[in-house]
Design a protein around this ligand. Structure first.
Ligand code: BLA
Length: 316
């Protein structure tokens, strides 16, 4: 397995999941997502000039209400990048990485998305180049960005089986190479995840570096609206919001979601969640506790090895 992924042999000793680090009182897991973010920042800096985002001043570090958890935030922008931001949460019982990079509106490049939730026993992982435009019904957009990436997706789907049912609308925001998986905690699994993260980030950087600036105003508006729709989806349905509220309280959690994680949701457009996602909205006005109103579907990976969508037609 390691040879197939061209990973170096395991040399370091895995830290045990149960030990407590005295100085911080944070349980040491066999994974820390800091190196993932460091890799992405180094790699980005090797290709472009990163500027600190104005958000950095307000969002940098927070302790959880009980004083035992830490939330670390970073944010940058660059010529072709509207916002690159990361949130790492470390508590006694979990490690979370929420790392997303939003291209500037002049580019229709996918949104880089890494969402990893780790507890002692399990990991919930989404790693993807989230398509900005509909790839299920729009053949051209899919060809433009994903045709050449299908082999990369296949390389990892072998190791990371489909994570099971998800909020059915989420599938529109995922690409044919999405890694949506759940796995038990082990140093080997984290090594493969790190390898996948590096591969996916490198190909995303390649896409953004090669992307040509759009000058057509209507196309730029189309990109902007697609990004606003994406932000609206994520700010409203983020499965992490319950945890965030518990850690830092309702008010700060909402601010974190709308001003930091999904920055732009209140500025880039004026359409509401209901405008973008009218289906099934009639019965229930608000999201239920589990954060999904549309029910769950897609028990199995809905793309075949050629990257063709296998589900029923979706209205985008
Ligand atoms: C679960 N996170 C999930 C699930 C998905 C995602 C698909 C499965 C359950 C579901 O579909 O509701 C992630 N969904 C995404 C992403 C997109 C999407 C990335 O539509 C992009 C378009 N997750 C976080 C943070 C935390 C977190 C910050 O981003 C914690 C602070 C936790 N995610 C988390 C937890 C679950 C989860 C605890 C399981 C909870 C559940 O199934 O309801």
């Amino acid at each position: 397995l390691r040879r197939k992924l061209l990973l170096p042999p395991l040399t370091r000793t895995a830290t045990s999941t149960g030990s407590l680090n005295k100085s911080t009182c944070i349980r040491s897991f066999s994974v820390s997502y800091k190196k993932f973010v460091e890799f992405a920042l180094d790699e980005t800096r090797s290709r472009t000039h990163l500027l600190p985002s104005p958000l950095q001043e307000k969002f940098s570090f927070m302790k959880s209400k009980d004083g035992k958890g830490r939330l670390s935030m970073l944010s940058f922008e660059a010529a072709k990048i509207r916002l690159l931001r990361s949130l790492i949460i470390e508590t006694e019982t979990m490690q979370v990485l929420d790392f997303t990079v939003f291209p500037a509106a002049e580019y229709d490049v996918p949104i880089f998305c890494a969402n990893f939730f780790t507890s002692a026993k399990t990991n919930i992982v989404v790693l993807d180049l989230n398509p900005l435009h509909d790839i299920i019904n729009q053949y051209e957009y899919k060809e433009k960005y994903f045709k050449s990436l299908i082999p990369l997706g296949l390389k990892y789907t072998e190791f990371f089986p489909w994570g099971g049912k998800l909020t059915s609308e989420s599938i529109q925001f995922f690409s044919p190479i999405v890694i949506w998986t759940k796995f038990t905690s082990s140093p080997q699994n984290y090594d493969i995840l790190y390898s996948a993260f590096r591969d996916y980030y490198k190909v995303w950087l390649e896409l953004i570096c090669k992307a040509v600036k759009e000058s057509d105003e209507s196309q730029i508006f189309h990109n902007l609206e697609a990004q606003h729709r994406y932000l609206t989806w994520r700010a409203e349905t983020d499965p992490g919001q319950g945890i965030l509220k518990k850690l830092i309280g309702d008010k700060l959690a909402k601010d974190m979601l709308r001003s930091f994680l999904f920055n732009g949701v209140d500025e880039l457009g004026s359409k509401t969640f209901k405008d973008y996602f009218p289906h099934n909205c009639s019965e229930e006005e608000t999201l239920n506790k589990k954060g999904n109103i549309f029910g769950k579907s897609f028990e199995n990976r809905p793309w075949n090895a050629r990257g063709e969508f296998l589900g029923a037609e979706l209205a985008f």
